[in-house]
Design a protein around this ligand. Structure first.
Ligand code: ZN
Length: 324
C-alpha cells in the first residue's frame, strides 16, 4: 500500500479533478480513503477541493471521530463510513455534485440503462437514493439498500452523486463516466430517438463484466439477466413526446419529434397508446400519449405544452424578424 503521505497527495489530485471538471462548486464535495485498522483519511470541511494540500487531509476513526489534521473533517463522513462498513472490499469514496447527473437527481428521474457499453461495464444501473438532510445519519443510510444491491455509483435525490471502488481513481472515474453519460442522454434527447442495446447484447456485456469480476445485480449466479424496474422513466418521457396537430412543411421538415414503438429497457415495446388523443409527428400519425401511469401521462402533456410554447415563440421571433 502507498504511504499515508502519498495517499494524501492522491486525494488532493482527485480533489483538483472534481473541481476543475465542475463536479463541485466552492467547498462542495468530499473524498476519503480507507487505511485499514479502523482509520480513514478524508477531506476537510469548508475547503475548496481544488486547492487542498496534503497537510490539510484529516484522519478519522471508525466512528468518524477526528484523530489528526489541522482542519475539521468533512461533515459527510457518515456517508463514507456507511459504505466502508457495508462493503469491506471498498477502499475509496468520492462524493460530488456533477451537474448533468445531479439534474437527474433533482428531477427525480432514474438514469436509463442499456445505452452505452462502457456505462454498463463500469457502473451498471444507477439507483436514486431518497432525499434526506445532508450530514445526518438518516442521509448516510439512504444508500444502504442500493449498496446491498451491488451499486457502485448512486444518485442522491436533490443533492448529487456518490461513488465507491477499491481504488480511489476508479471511484472518481465512475462519477466522470456517469456525468458524461447523463450529458450524452440529454443531448441525444434533443437530436432524436434514444436507442437501447438489445437484451442479448447487454447479456454479452454482462458476461464480460462477470469475467472481469465486476458485480452487477442484473447478473444472477446462474448467468440469468434480470431487468430492474423503474429505470426507464427518462425514455418513456421522451418516447411519448408528440405535438398534437403539428404537420411538417412540404419538404418534410418539421419540429415535431417523438417516436412511438421504440424498445423499452426490458426489451418490450413502449406502453401502448391509450385514451389520450393521437398526434401527427413528422408527417405521420402516431399513437396518443400512451402511458401506463398517470405520472408518465402528465409528463408527456407537460412536454406537449413545452413544445407548443417553443413553436409559438419561434413564430413570433420569425414574424418580428421579417418586419425588421
Ligand atoms: Zn454534497
Amino acid at each position: 500500500m502507498d504511504s499515508e503521505w502519498k495517499i494524501k497527495e492522491q486525494i488532493c489530485e482527485i480533489g483538483r479533478r472534481i473541481y476543475t471538471k465542475g463536479f463541485v462548486a466552492a467547498n462542495d464535495g468530499n473524498i476519503s480513503v480507507r487505511l485499514g485498522k479502523g482509520r480513514y483519511l478524508c477531506t476537510p470541511t469548508l475547503v475548496s477541493k481544488g486547492y487542498m494540500k496534503p497537510a490539510d487531509i484529516a484522519l478519522v476513526d471508525d466512528a468518524g471521530k477526528q484523530l489528526a489534521g489541522p482542519k475539521p473533517r468533512t461533515s459527510e463522513i457518515l456517508l463514507h463510513l456507511e459504505i466502508y462498513h457495508a462493503l469491506p472490499e471498498i477502499n475509496a469514496v468520492v462524493h460530488a455534485h456533477p451537474p448533468y447527473a445531479t439534474a437527474f437527481a433533482v428531477a427525480g428521474v432514474s438514469v436509463p440503462g442499456n445505452i452505452l457499453p462502457e456505462v454498463e461495464l463500469f457502473i451498471g444501473q444507477v439507483p436514486l437514493a431518497q432525499y434526506e438532510t445532508p450530514g445526518s445519519k438518516n442521509f448516510a443510510q439512504t444508500i444502504l439498500p442500493h449498496l446491498k444491491n451491488k451499486a457502485n455509483t448512486i444518485l442522491l435525490a436533490n443533492h448529487g452523486a456518490v461513488s465507491c471502488d477499491r481504488r480511489l481513481e476508479q471511484a472518481y472515474f465512475n462519477l466522470e463516466i456517469l456525468d458524461q453519460y447523463c450529458r450524452i442522454l440529454l443531448l441525444a434527447r434533443q437530436v432524436g430517438n434514444i436507442q437501447q442495446i438489445s437484451q442479448s447484447k447487454v447479456g454479452e456485456l454482462l458476461a464480460i463484466k462477470q469475467r472481469l469480476g465486476l458485480a452487477d445485480p442484473r447478473l444472477g449466479p446462474e448467468g440469468a439477466i434480470h431487468s430492474l424496474p423503474g429505470s426507464d422513466d427518462f425514455l418513456r418521457g421522451f418516447s411519448q413526446r408528440a405535438i398534437p396537430g403539428h404537420v411538417p412543411d412540404a419538404a418534410g421538415s418539421g419540429r415535431g419529434y417523438g417516436i412511438a414503438g421504440s424498445t423499452s429497457q426490458a426489451g418490450s415495446p413502449q406502453p401502448t397508446p391509450d385514451a389520450c388523443p393521437a398526434a401527427i409527428v413528422a408527417g405521420r400519425r402516431v399513437g396518443g400519449l400512451g402511458s401506463s401511469s398517470a405520472t408518465a401521462r402528465r409528463r408527456a402533456l407537460d412536454d406537449q405544452v413545452e413544445r407548443l410554447t417553443q413553436i409559438i415563440t419561434d413564430r413570433i421571433v420569425d414574424a418580428f424578424g421579417k418586419n425588421n
